[in-house]
Write a protein that binds this ligand. Structure first.
Ligand code: ADE
Ligand code: ZN
Length: 335
């Protein structure tokens, strides 16, 4: 089963590129840019990755991103993630980036986007990897700041498929960003939002009704509202669930308490994702393996989870057909 999970063609729909920055690369980039980290060694960095909630993680995650200054840095970080995708048979990835984390430090939007997109293009050309880019607004900052960020991103519109909402959830409800998301949709962007990770089920309703999102990122607290679960099933609204992230941030105390498989059995379109793999102990395969260890995942369940992510992705009908064909061919030969 381990080999089956590792070899399975997969898609990742919830990945913060800044959260893929491994300590080794963080040190390397910090050194060449003359940025001192508050840690002496890679081991010290890893030892600091013990979190009790989302905010404790975010404080360290934003600190790590401080080493990123130049186009080359964004390229190297993105390329390192895409290589992991290749190793783990992730054939399609929809990647979040947090421009405000960088523009607030005086870095140009163009530097961030050109660096990331350079790597996306090379991975597509070199090994046929398909990708999409999603711009996330930091919800702990103001709606005005988000609107300004959206405006700065308009010249790069052709590179960005959707906008999303991340960072500290509680106290920053989706309704705060209603106008920004209205504007984003009028500019042709699709929308997604983190909701129901630490925040209440009501934030999921708001994301659906006010921000008109196509997917909910995390959404695991939906189970606190039965009528919401019914709606997610009826409207086939995907949840981009991140098992290792949820246990590392104590959303669930133990993987065996995670609700992803209950939701799958109920008919919710749940998907498996890594969120911030450098911080939470693994990429896509490690997330599938952690689920397998906790629940003795069946092949049917694994394939259903991957199928959900293909169907929830923002690819064309033709690309979707091709992705499904690869998965079917794999399940037949491997199973
Ligand atoms: N930014 C990076 N990872 C995040 C998460 N899991 N929740 C909210 N914001 C994030
Ligand atoms: Zn996330």
């Amino acid at each position: 089963m381990t080999a089956f999970l590792e070899g399975m063609p997969k898609a990742e729909l919830h990945l913060h590129i800044e959260g893929s920055l491994e300590p080794e690369l963080m040190f390397e980039i910090g050194q060449r840019n003359g940025i001192k980290l508050p840690f002496a060694t890679v081991e010290d960095v890893r030892a600091a990755y013990k979190f009790h909630n989302l905010q404790e993680f975010l404080d360290i995650y934003y600190q790590g991103a401080n080493v990123l200054l130049y186009e080359r840095d964004f390229y190297d970080m993105t390329m390192a993630y895409l290589r992991r995708c290749r190793e783990q048979n992730v054939i399609h990835a929809e990647i979040f980036f947090d421009p405000q984390t960088h523009t607030d430090r005086g870095i140009d939007m163009a530097v961030v986007i050109n660096g990331i997109c350079g790597a996306l293009k090379d991975a597509e050309q070199e090994w046929g990897m398909s990708t999409r880019l999603i711009l996330c607004f930091l919800r702990h900052l103001s709606a005005e700041a988000a609107m300004e960020t959206l405006q700065q991103a308009l010249p790069f519109k052709q590179h960005i498929v959707a906008v999303g909402l991340d960072s500290s959830e509680v106290g920053h409800p989706p309704e705060k960003f209603r106008e920004v998301f209205d504007r984003a949709r009028s500019e042709g962007f699709l929308t997604v939002a983190h909701a129901g990770e630490e925040g209440p089920a009501d934030y999921i309703w708001q994301a659906l009704d006010l921000l008109r999102v196509k997917r909910i990122d995390h959404g695991v607290r939906c189970t606190e509202d039965e009528s919401l679960v019914k709606r997610l099933i009826a409207e086939k609204i995907p949840l981009t669930v991140c098992p290792l992230s949820n246990t590392k941030l104590c959303v669930f105390d133990d993987m065996r308490e995670h609700n992803i498989l209950t939701l799958l059995e109920q008919g919710v379109r749940v998907t498996v994702n890594s969120d911030d793999p450098a911080y939470f102990g693994g990429y896509m395969n490690e997330n599938f393996l952690a689920l397998h260890e906790a629940f003795n995942l069946s092949r049917e369940q694994a394939v259903a989870l991957v199928k959900n992510s293909f169907e929830a992705s923002f690819v064309s009908e033709k690309e979707l057909f091709e992705m499904n064909r690869k998965l079917e061919a794999y399940s037949q030969v491997a199973g």
